[in-house]
Ligand binder design. Structure first.
Ligand SMILES: [Zn+2]
Ligand SMILES: [Zn+2]
Length: 148
């Protein structure tokens, strides 16, 4: 007798690749979701704002629920690259932290069901954001993480 192992049903992601939609979204979000730095401030110090994808690889979709605005420094942290600032090594921004920040920054775009499909697996649990970013965000925006 042979055992029949059912294959799990994984919905196809059908990611959207649309650079103009991504640019239009980016133009509406003019600060770093993680540290709160504004585009004006970043340009003044020779930096820039970039658009990060929460789900990457095959699920790298240009849908609002998957987009995360980030300064160049924090974008590196989102990708697990080490960054030293003010003499200290900054905490990495794990996907769980990115999800927490995304939900607070753009609650209207929050769609964990769709994100899980793009990610191709269960999303990690929402993780607390390190105090470092909370304090920087407060300094830069004058408020704690909340709806933009
Ligand atoms: Zn930042
Ligand atoms: Zn990225």
């Amino acid at each position: 007798m042979s055992m029949i192992v059912p294959r799990p049903i994984v919905p196809k992601a059908h990611p959207i690749r649309d650079e103009s939609a991504r640019r239009a979204w980016a133009a509406q979000h003019d600060y770093c979701f993680a540290c709160g730095a504004s585009l004006d401030y970043l340009q003044a110090i020779g930096s820039w704002l970039e658009t990060h994808h929460l789900a990457r690889g095959v699920g790298r979709s240009d849908e609002p629920c998957n987009l995360f605005r980030s300064c160049m420094r924090d974008h590196k942290l989102c990708h697990g690259e080490q960054v030293v600032a003010y003499g200290v090594r900054l905490p990495l921004l794990t996907l769980g932290m990115q999800l927490t920040i995304k939900q607070l920054a753009t609650p209207d775009e929050w769609n964990p069901e769709r994100l899980a499909v793009l990610y191709g697996q269960c999303l990690p649990s929402l993780a607390p954001v390190p105090e470092w970013f909370q304090m920087e965000f407060l300094r830069n925006r004058g408020n704690r993480y909340c709806k933009a």
